[in-house]
Every structure is written in C-alpha cells, then in structure tokens.
Design a protein around this ligand. Sequence first.
Ligand SMILES: [Zn+2]
Length: 275
Amino acid sequence: MYSEMSSAWTPYGPVVTNHVRSDETVASALRDSDAGMRDADNAAKHGVAVKTIRRWRRLYQRRGQPRGQAHTLARCPRCDGAPLDQAAYAELLGWYLGDGHISLGRRAVYALHIYNDLKYVDLNAHIQDLMRRVKPNCRPHTRERPGCLNTTVAWKHWPCLLPQHGPGRKNERILALEGWQQEIIEQHPADFLRGLFHSDGCRAKNWATRTVAGKKKRYEYPRWQFTNNSADIMRWCQETLDLLDIPWRQSYWKTLSVSKRAGVAKLDELIGPKS
Ligand SMILES: [Zn+2]
C-alpha cells in the first residue's frame, strides 16, 4: 500500500497516484477499463469511486499512452486479414446466435456478451477460451447475474466478425449468413452445433411406452433439443445437422429434436455434454 504520491507500475508504464491504493488495484482497474468494462462496474469491483477510475485513466493518458491500445492491437481477420481460428469462431458464432449480444461502449468499442447458466462451470471457462482464441491475447471478464454468468470481451471489430449484429432482437429481424461464415460452418459443422446446442439446447431424458408381447412397457431414451425463436437460426441448425446426416424433426415451431438413437449418439460424440 502507498500513501500520497506513489508510482504504481502497470503493464503500460508507471502511473502516479495520490490515493491510498495498492499497485495491483490500479493496474487491475486500468486493465479492466482497457478491456471495455464500464466505469461504474469497474469502480464497484475495485471499491473506489467512479471519478477515481476516470482519474487513473486520465493520469496515464497524459503520459502519451492512450487507453484503448488493447483494442487496436488485436488485428481484425476481416479488416486486416489477421488469421482466424475458424473452429473457435464457428463455436463462438453458435454461442452468439444462441445466447449472445453485442453492445456499443465508449470510444466506438463494442462488447460481446455471452450469457450462460452459472451452474455450467466448465462451459463458462470454455467460453472464455473461445473468446481468447478468436481475439488473441484478450482478457474476458465475467459478471454474475442472478443464476447467470455474463462473459464479456470488448473489441472494435466484433460487428465485422458477427455481422448479424443489429438493432433489436435477433428473432425480430431477418438474419443472413455471409458467404465466408457459411464456408467456416461447412468446414466446422460440429463446432457450430456445439455452440448452438450448448447455449440454446438441452439433452433431456424422455420416456415412451411400447407394447411388447401384449404388455405395455415404459422405456427411457435421451434426446437433444434446440430451442430458438429465430426462424433463420433454426434453419441454420437444421442445415448443419443435415450436413452431418443427423436426423432431426421440428417438434414445435421454435423447438427442434434429435431423438433417434443413432442421431443422439452421433451428436453426443461430436458436441459432448453440457457441464
Ligand atoms: Zn474489422
């Protein structure tokens, strides 16, 4: 801890503060700010006032190191021809279409938010991993909501990679995949389905009765279901299942089921459990 004027070392160079805060606190807050976290959230996380966050940022801007470097350092696969981890992208696209959202933050920097149930600890760690593979060196941050985890990464280029972004809800708009997205899905169909089914799907146990030798027998069978309000996203799910020869049926306008034993087994193998 330091009092009065102290020099706090951050990854961006020394920052002079005149507050009683540890170096780690200042560095951590600047890192979060750099990743696009809102000042109010940042202040709450670090136990300081909003104006303190602003002042820390101003102090290091004055040293000729404009914040926002992290956003511009990651080059865009669409604008700059940077390499893209296509398998990770296909899966993250599935998550975005299922339970994702893009918001516009300060300085024209967008934030990708993926929401998922808190109980899926492994999947929530995996979402961060996908984000790091799609935007190299990024630092996803998470925020708990009741029962739900919001995993976020800021980047100016999210709309380049996720052109389905637009005003209003996804199910109230007509969505179209761009040609390059279609190619990636065709190359990595299982990854795309994993994102879709792990966000908006479930693996449920069902039961049915069958008459065997004059006696009614009850038996259980597992099935995968995918539920989404967008007819376009539903169609992309159907087409990708077709590509992999996995039989499906539309059990309701917004619900698709994979219930044939071979289809369930194949999907289990390709996308793995929700955990
Ligand atoms: Zn771009």
